[in-house]
Write a protein of this length. Structure first.
Length: 233
């Protein structure tokens, strides 16, 4: 990702909040994996954020947002996901590039523009990837952990069924090639799919778009990340 218009502190705060959403304990090692920053860079940045009162490091090395850090994280996440809706719904940007572009917009969007986007977009509740857009008055800012089944879950069921793709988390969004592949197969939020273990490699999952018959062979990490609901729920 280009460093243009990127605020590192805000990006780290949003990443911690995203990890909480996904039910993953936020740690420096997870930020290294998610943002592809070096270990020393992440440690230095986290130390600076701790001095600035934005987060603390628990004895088990978990990163805990302070009230000030959480407020900023929620604000950045809100702007990011509103920008994703604008880029997808109004600008018509290819889904493979929506997330990366929104990573720039989130740092420069004023509250005036944010409010205008809410009005323009009809106060959307979710990003085009299905992730929730936090409201200005969402309690203490603690996110609801993503629920639902994953593609890997349903691939292990003895009885096949149809499922609706419900959510593509940040780890999927941040991979343009993966999003391009999913998009080309029509396997995005709202699509009806079936999933089964790949007979040749049970660590992989075959996902088929019910409407088109197009199938993809997904690795276990992607299959664990994508959330689905039983069709009709």
């Amino acid at each position: 990702m280009s460093g243009d218009l990127i605020d590192t502190t805000e990006m780290y705060l949003r990443t911690v909040l995203e990890l909480e959403e996904e039910g993953i304990t936020p740690m420096r090692a997870r930020i290294v994996e998610r943002l592809h920053h070096s270990g020393p860079t992440v440690s230095q940045t986290v130390s600076r954020m701790e001095r600035d009162g934005l987060l603390s490091v628990a004895p088990d090395r978990a990163l805990q947002l302070t009230p000030a850090g959480r407020a900023t994280a929620v604000s950045v996440m809100r702007k990011h996901r509103l920008a994703e809706r604008l880029l997808s719904d109004v600008v018509g940007l290819d889904m493979a590039h929506v997330h990366e572009e929104a990573c720039r917009w989130e740092h420069v969007m004023s509250e005036r523009v944010e409010q205008r986007l809410v009005e323009l977009l009809g106060n959307p509740e979710e990003s085009p990837y299905g992730t929730p857009i936090p409201g200005r008055d969402d309690g203490d800012g603690t996110p609801q952990v993503f629920g639902g089944l994953t593609l890997q879950d349903v691939a292990s069921f003895p009885q096949p069924g149809e499922y609706e793709v419900r959510l593509l988390p940040e780890v999927v969004q941040a991979d343009p090639e993966l999003i391009e592949m999913l998009s080309s197969a029509g396997i995005l939020t709202g699509a009806r799919v079936t999933a089964e273990a790949n007979p040749g490699d049970e660590q992989r999952v075959l996902v088929t778009n019910v409407a088109t018959g197009v199938s993809l062979d997904l690795d276990a990490a992607t299959a664990r990340a994508v959330r689905v609901l039983a069709a009709g729920d």
